[in-house]
Design a protein around this ligand. Structure first.
Ligand code: LLP
Length: 448
């Protein structure tokens, strides 16, 4: 496993993150446990801040869908980034954390009336309008509220990035955004420019996630600026803001070669400037929405090894106390991960094993064929790069309680998400009176 951020191996041969011994963390907080390296998370925010905000007066909008909790909102706000939220729930979290609302960007391909009203009421900075239906609805709601909504139009540029089928979004056949190629985007923007309660500030596209090819961004910028030039010709309006979405890839496992944020910024800015010059457009304020490349590498999940099952000549399964419920990515996207045995982190690999989760599902495999030292029940397994789209996509399948999350830094560990309890799992269950009357449910004082 590649050691990232503040990870190191201490004198006991244990994996340490943020100055905390992970074996000790597992003992103290239990497993599965999400461990977030605060320093690493902040450093990632800072790389973006330096590359886009300081250097080009751009805007960096952290994508909350990757990992959002009250504590994360505090950190993101402190680091001077803005925040992309995609639902009433994420918006509510930001509000509760007192995240500055003018720095909130509200996304979503099917925002509800309630969500849009909430966004107007909280006075979010920008609403990213995804489709003509939403545009009409927002104009009406803003009118009713007596305000003018600042919007950015989400477009589909027809740029295909090389990434997993389910996480690419910029191609024409996508549920997101208004298509440039067939005139839908032009028609919508003309409408929007004439709406009384809408102010169009800019354009947006997002071409996909876990992208290593920077040229895809240059291409997207070219298409978007070309479109902007067309809009200017037809309406006289030019975008003040150009949001090119997120998507920068990270290191999960061998073969992943992430590009530096500075190179990403240079590519994007160069393309935007060239295109602005080519079309005689003012250079818009460039915005990016990184998520994975900020939170992903900063997260590690600790598990305790349980059953180890060897099928001679075929495979050795090492089962851990979590799996697809806390990390659905391998099951959903065949994502690859690396791991090490945290309590014997300095030992050389000895055997090839496969890491299984504990859900009742053959597809609940975290890692196929990984080389590890001999693994035994009770060992602590650390899986790296789990900061993005793990906790945020976690679930209670098989009624597994969600793990806790601890924020580690300089030897201190603080819980930022408490471990779910069995009681949490039944909190919203309701037994209708008629079932109780018929005594279908017999609670046998089990004493849990
Ligand atoms: N902006 C928009 C409009 C997006 O749709 C996304 C991700 C981002 C920004 C952030 O992209 P990032 O920098 O994190 O790549 N659940 C999948 C990824 C889905 C991506 C959703 N959109 C996964 O686990 O790989």
């Amino acid at each position: 496993m590649k050691l990232q951020g503040t990870m190191r191996i201490n004198d006991k041969g244990h994996l340490e993150i943020g100055g905390c011994d992970t074996v000790e963390l597992a003992r103290r907080f239990g497993t599965p446990l999400y461990v977030l390296d605060e320093e690493h998370f902040r450093q990632n925010c800072r790389s973006y801040y330096r590359a886009f905000v300081e250097k080009y007066d751009g805007v960096v909008i952290y994508a909350g869908k990757t990992l959002l909790t009250l504590a994360i909102c505090h950190i993101v706000a402190e680091e001077g980034l803005s925040l992309d939220v995609v639902s009433g729930g994420e918006l509510y979290t930001a509000r509760k954390a007192r995240f500055p609302m003018e720095r909130v960007y509200f996304h979503g391909n099917n925002k509800s009336v309630t969500e849009l009203k909430m966004a107007l009421d909280f006075k979010v900075g920008r609403i990213m309008v995804d489709n003509p239906y939403e545009l009409e609805m927002l104009n009406r709601l803003a009118g009713e509220a007596g305000v003018c909504a600042n919007i950015i139009m989400r477009l589909t540029p027809g740029v295909e990035a090389h990434t997993h089928e389910y996480i690419k979004t910029g191609q024409i056949d996508s549920k997101f955004g208004m298509v440039i190629a067939n005139g839908q985007a032009m028609e919508a923007i003309k409408k929007a420019l004439n709406m009384e309660h809408i102010r169009v500030r800019g354009l947006h596209c997002h071409i996909g996630s876990q992208i290593f090819e920077l040229q895809s961004y240059a291409h997207a910028a070219e298409v978007m600026m070309g479109f902007a030039a067309g809009v200017r010709r037809e309406t006289g309006w030019a975008p003040e803001e150009m949001n090119l979405g997120g998507g920068l890839g990270i290191y999960y496992a061998e073969g992943d070669e992430p590009r530096p944020v500075e190179a990403y910024a240079e590519t994007v800015m160069q393309s935007i400037r060239e295109q602005a010059q080519k079309h005689g457009l003012p250079v818009p304020r460039v915005m990016v929405e990184p998520g994975r490349s900020i939170s992903g590498p900063a997260g590690t999940t600790l598990y305790t090894v349980g059953a180890v099952k060897e099928i001679p000549g075929i495979r050795k399964y090492v089962a851990v106390d979590g799996g697809m419920a806390d990390n659905p990515r391998p099951a959903m996207y065949q994502s690859r991960y690396e791991a090490l045995v945290a309590n014997r982190a300095a030992e050389e690999p000895q055997e090839t094993v496969s890491i299984a989760g504990k859900c009742c599902e053959s597809g609940d495999m975290l890692i196929w064929d990984i080389n590890l030292p001999a693994v035994n029940p009770g060992d602590i397994l650390a899986v790296s790069a789990t900061g993005a789209y793990n906790y945020s996509m976690s679930m209670n399948y098989n009624r597994l309680p969600r793990p806790a999350m601890v924020l580690v830094r300089d030897g201190e560990a603080d819980v930022i998400v408490a471990r779910e309890t069995y009681e949490d799992l039944i909190r919203n269950d309701v037994v209708p009176e008629r079932l109780v009357k018929r005594k279908v449910v017999q609670l046998a004082g089990a004493g849990y």
